[in-house]
Design a binder for this molecule. Sequence first.
Ligand code: FE2
Length: 249
Amino acid sequence: MVIIIFDIHSHILPAVDDGAKDINEALQLLEMMKEDGITDVIATPHFYPDSDNLDEFKMRTEEAYKTLCSAAEGKNLPRIYFGCEVLYFRYLGTSEAVTDFRLDGSNYLLLELTDDCITDSFFEDIANLKNKSGIIPIIAHIERYYKAPSFRKLLKFVKSENIPTQVNASSLFSPYYKRITEKLIKKGYVNFLATDSHSIDIRPPQMKNALKHITEKLGEEYANGLIRNSRLLLEEMTRKGDLYEKQNA
Ligand SMILES: [Fe+2]
């Protein structure tokens, strides 16, 4: 039986952000992901609301996505999907652009925060996003905000509002984030494990090691739960989207 390992956070698109610098590195990263047991990956280039123009961003990233898909064709690499990682901005919850940020055919959006943005306005925006736009944010690498003044408030909020969160596989091997990442997983605050791979040097895929570490340190049920959640997200995406069919036609 093939185990589906879906990486929900990666910067594999060539030359669009601080991720893969060109098509060769993007293909190398996909090769590494395959070796790492990843069967499916979504490209999530950074969208920075202060400096990116949405139309230009969409054009640029869609072009890079098509280039990567055709370069990867026939190479037996992980299947690639299309999304982005949005940096939080005020009024995100009621922004018309919000549907453009969804992860390929799903009702989810990958949301990056800053330590300072976790305020009452943020909580209001996230509630609006969920309740008015019907879009559920996944908080990207939540472990990274553990020094934010409102981190406890954030944890309380994600729990009470059922907001999914993601941690980076690499954080389990980082002297800064290891403890908090393990603690968050153990306490049930984490829904997804992802690579957030940027290049063959910066945060290369470590999914296999991370799942092994979680199994040994916390228990197999935690690792299985994280795998299951991303598979369910993939199922939702492929049910609603059409890219999967196109790629596999
Ligand atoms: Fe990222």
